[in-house]
Design a protein around this ligand. Structure first.
Ligand SMILES: NC(=O)c1ccc[n+]([C@@H]2O[C@H](COP(=O)([O-])OP(=O)(O)OC[C@H]3O[C@@H](n4cnc5c(N)ncnc54)[C@H](OP(=O)(O)O)[C@@H]3O)[C@@H](O)[C@H]2O)c1
Length: 355
């Protein structure tokens, strides 16, 4: 079966490299083009990219010549790992020209007709694509992955919102340095230190989960009505964001019922069958000192969210710890997962069928 040819925008960055790594052995998609800034364009990928992952750079991409993003128009499926300010006009232009863009950038996440998608929790939000295609008067569209911290928070909140209703959420994050891209935070600012500010992050964490857990209707999403207060910190961890979360529930529940809701959270058979779906979206840890980024970030190939320390909260109702891999579940892995959903829902042709 021939795989669908795809292009990766921002392919030399931290998230772009994850795309290249994950797509090397993907059963449906194959990287045939890479793009980055003018500083990289025109050079072979192996020369332009400072490869940061512990596995070797995949052989088939080494000799691809990095292109400027404007030249990616001929590739109908594009994965974007561009900085948000660059992504804003570029992704719109590509989608207006007929491309399907699965993006990690924040630029279009909150556009009313852009699905902010996590297959396990809101696969029905793709209904927005009809409205978006009408706006663009063509087949192209943008589908966005959420902010990395918002992704893992929303996955953990979904079973609780469904079972008991959420009223209030308080979250304090400890975010890995890879979340800032490469070269990211200077080492002398982050070693032996905690930075209690990540520009723009708290706004994203306070708004995106409400769209993710909202209900689709009339060409837009009705945001979930609960409130979120977020405090975001950068910590000297390489990969994996940890979040301490407290929730107030609409319905009364015992700790056992909250644990049971998290443990029994399953996705639809359609989503469960996608190549990148973990066996369970939430992995519940019973150990007192877990989850930990060093030990738990690669659970289920980095695509599940690990929840632990579920217990009563004296201020709100319950509190717990959530961990997710920011460049896998929270970025490249999430976008590839979204594209797989688009294939099964018929928004992209099946592999082997011409685009
Ligand atoms: N890191 C994470 O954990 C994470 C998680 C979720 C979402 N995101 C989002 O994903 C995107 C990429 O993040 P990252 O961490 O991978 O950043 P990064 O390491 O800084 O990589 C940025 C990439 O964009 C390219 N680029 C920069 N300016 C460009 C321009 N003017 N035209 C074309 N390409 C340009 C860079 O190419 P050169 O190498 O040529 O400069 C590089 O390939 C961002 O929007 C970020 O917010 C990141």
């Amino acid at each position: 079966m021939s795989r669908i040819p795809v292009g990766v925008l921002g392919a030399t960055g931290i998230v772009g490299q994850r795309f290249v790594q994950l797509l090397a052995d993907h059963p449906w998609f194959k990287v045939t083009a890479v793009a980055a800034s003018d500083a990289s364009a025109g050079r072979p990928y192996a020369e332009a990219c400072h490869w940061l992952l512990p596995t070797a750079m995949p052989e088939p991409v080494r000799d691809l010549i990095v292109q400027p993003v404007e030249q990616m128009l001929e590739y109908p499926l594009l994965f974007s790992a561009l900085p948000s300010d660059v992504a804003a006009p570029v992704e719109d232009h590509l989608a207006d020209s007929g491309a399907v863009v699965c993006t990690n950038a924040a630029a279009h996440r909150m556009d009313p007709d852009v699905p902010l998608l996590i297959p396990e929790i809101n696969a029905d939000h793709t209904v927005l694509l009809e409205t978006q295609r009408q706006r663009r008067s063509g087949p192209g569209f943008i589908v966005a992955s959420a902010n990395c911290s918002a992704t893992q928070l929303a996955v953990a909140l979904k079973p609780l919102h469904d079972a008991f209703g959420l009223l209030k959420v308080s979250v304090v994050t400890m975010q890995a340095v890879s979340g800032a891209g490469y070269p990211g935070v200077p080492s002398l600012d982050i070693l032996d230190n905690v930075l209690p500010f990540i520009p723009g992050e708290e706004d994203k964490l306070e708004s995106e989960p409400r769209k993710l857990l909202g209900a689709p209707g009339h060409g837009r999403i009705e945001y979930a009505p609960f409130e979120i207060s977020a405090q975001c910190n950068r910590v000297p961890v390489r990969d994996g964001h940890t979040e301490c979360v407290s929730v107030e529930l609409e319905d009364q529940a015992s700790a056992e019922e909250v644990i049971a809701a998290l443990r029994s959270f399953e996705t639809s058979p359609e989503v469960a069958s996608l190549p990148s779906s973990p066996p369970r979206p939430v992995l519940l840890s019973d150990e007192d000192d877990r989850p930990q980024p060093m030990r738990d970030r690669y659970s289920e190939a980095g695509m599940c969210v690990t929840v632990g320390r579920v217990r009563a909260c004296p201020l709100l109702d319950f509190k717990f710890v959530v961990l997710g891999h920011n460049t896998l579940r929270g970025a490249a892995g999430g976008s590839i997962h979204n594209a797989e959903l688009l294939v099964t829902q018929g928004y992209l042709p099946r592999p082997g069928v011409a685009l």
